[in-house]
Ligand binder design. Structure first.
Ligand code: 0WD
Length: 254
């Protein structure tokens, strides 16, 4: 029997088979969970549909988190199909790549707003919907990065957004705690994904982590998936409001 047998949840942020959300979805499915995936736009639908098939997951539709109506429609699909929800994975972030290089001080108001809206507010918006469908024992997980805690080269406005995301995790954990719903984050080490390729000098950051992390390598999406399994399962039922580093130990030395 699997750790996640009988549990059903939504995984948001699969763009392709290199996405962290994909590593998490695979680990959940292997452990017996039933999964729903969303995609952002038709271009990604073509990528995500075959991945959903691979896991026997259902496609809960298009979701652009800047458009509340698309979030509502995803949750309506899930309510119609399952009636309830045990977990949600939020693996979504965006910033204009022209501002993920050079100096933070040059961040534009427009991109600051957009980055905060997509990368921070979306967790709150999704959590509010999830709360209505979630059983006691529900678990919500988001993805963050060490650039929230320390200045990392080129991470800029995304570091400021991740700091706000981590604070959101703590506030949401308090709000939902009396319903026995937990909210946590994984702070993942750098992994070469579509989103990461927008960050200036990403290969250098990756190498720097490999040289300096205690485990002397970078993490994989499967390793993030395994740790996510702990935070999304009843194994971690005493854990909420936590930011758990899955970074080969880099945060202890960086
Ligand atoms: O090194 C890394 N890759 C790390 C990533 C280290 C630590 C944390 N993270 C975080 C990211 O900041 C993000 O929150 O992990 C999360 C997942 O990112 P990822 O797996 O690295 O990147 P990717 O595979 O590109 O997935 C992010 C997806 C988007 O992909 P693209 O590349 O098309 O922007 O977030 C989704 C989209 O699928 N996304 C949106 N979804 C709904 N509405 C939106 C939106 N407006 N914008 C982006």
């Amino acid at each position: 029997t699997g750790l996640m047998d009988g549990k059903r949840g939504l995984v948001m942020g699969v763009a392709n088979n290199r996405s962290i959300a994909w590593g998490i979805a695979k680990a959940l499915a292997d452990a017996g969970a039933e999964i729903a995936l969303t995609y952002q736009g038709d271009a990604l639908k073509k990528r995500v549909a075959p991945l959903a098939d691979e896991l026997g997951a259902f496609l809960a539709g298009h979701c652009d988190v800047t458009d509340e109506a698309t979030i509502d429609s995803v949750f309506a699909e899930i309510e119609a199909k399952w009636g309830a929800l045990d977990f949600v994975v939020h693996a979504i972030a965006f910033s204009d790549k022209d501002e993920l290089t050079g100096r933070y001080v040059e961040t534009s108001r427009e991109n600051f707003r957009k980055t905060m809206d997509i990368s921070v507010y979306s967790l709150t918006s999704i959590t509010a919907r999830a709360e209505r469908l979630m059983n006691a024992g529900g678990s919500i997980l988001t993805l963050t990065y060490y650039g929230a805690e320390k200045v990392m080269p080129h991470y800029n406005v995304m570091g400021v957004a991740k700091a706000a995301l981590e604070a959101s995790v703590r506030y949401l954990a308090v709000d939902l705690g009396n319903k026995a719903i937990r909210v946590n984050a994984i702070s993942a080490g750098p992994i070469k994904t579509l989103a990461a390729s927008g960050i200036g000098d990403f290969r250098y950051i990756l190498k720097w982590n490999e040289y300096n992390a205690p485990l002397k390598r970078s993490v994989t999406i499967d390793e993030v998936g395994q740790s996510a399994l702990y935070l999304l399962s009843d194994m971690s039922r005493g854990v909420t409001g936590e930011v758990h580093h899955v970074d080969c130990g880099y945060h202890t030395v960086g």
